[in-house]
Ligand binder design. Structure first.
Ligand code: ZN
Length: 133
């Protein structure tokens, strides 16, 4: 079952510049910066009342975030829902006709497991499920 919105992913060209913006213009505090090799991104996290901002900078030319930036420029990249049953959630979405990017959960930020649904099957929003399991 989905418990809450865990985080909102935002694609940026420069993590340093974006962190400066969120700290200086919005007064938020960067919690941590983490590189996720499997996703080819460097991320910065901000806690906004329990919902996080996950700022994403590509680490390689073929990173999914690099491709997103080429197509769309900077902006909202995905919304992540926290679930207590990521496999069950994927099964439910598949049964409802969604196109899964990950048939099985993969390692994500903060030691979580993550899986994505294709935006073409979710009304345009790249949708992530994440869980601690
Ligand atoms: Zn995410």
């Amino acid at each position: 079952m989905i418990k809450k919105i865990d985080h909102i992913g935002i694609a940026v060209k420069s993590l340093d510049e974006a962190v400066k913006f969120y700290e200086k213009a919005l007064g938020l505090k960067c919690e941590k910066i983490e590189e996720i090799e499997s996703q080819k991104v460097k991320t910065a996290f901000f806690d906004v009342g329990g919902v996080h901002l996950e700022i994403l900078e590509p680490t390689t030319e073929d990173s999914p975030i690099a491709k997103f930036l080429q197509r769309n420029g900077e902006g909202v990249h995905h919304i992540a829902f926290y679930t207590d049953d990521i496999s069950g959630q994927l099964g439910q979405a598949k049964e409802a006709g969604c196109k899964l990017i990950n048939e099985e959960p993969v390692p994500g930020a903060g030691g979580k497991k993550v899986a994505f649904l294709h935006p073409k099957s979710t009304h345009g929003v790249l949708t992530e499920f994440c869980s601690k399991e």
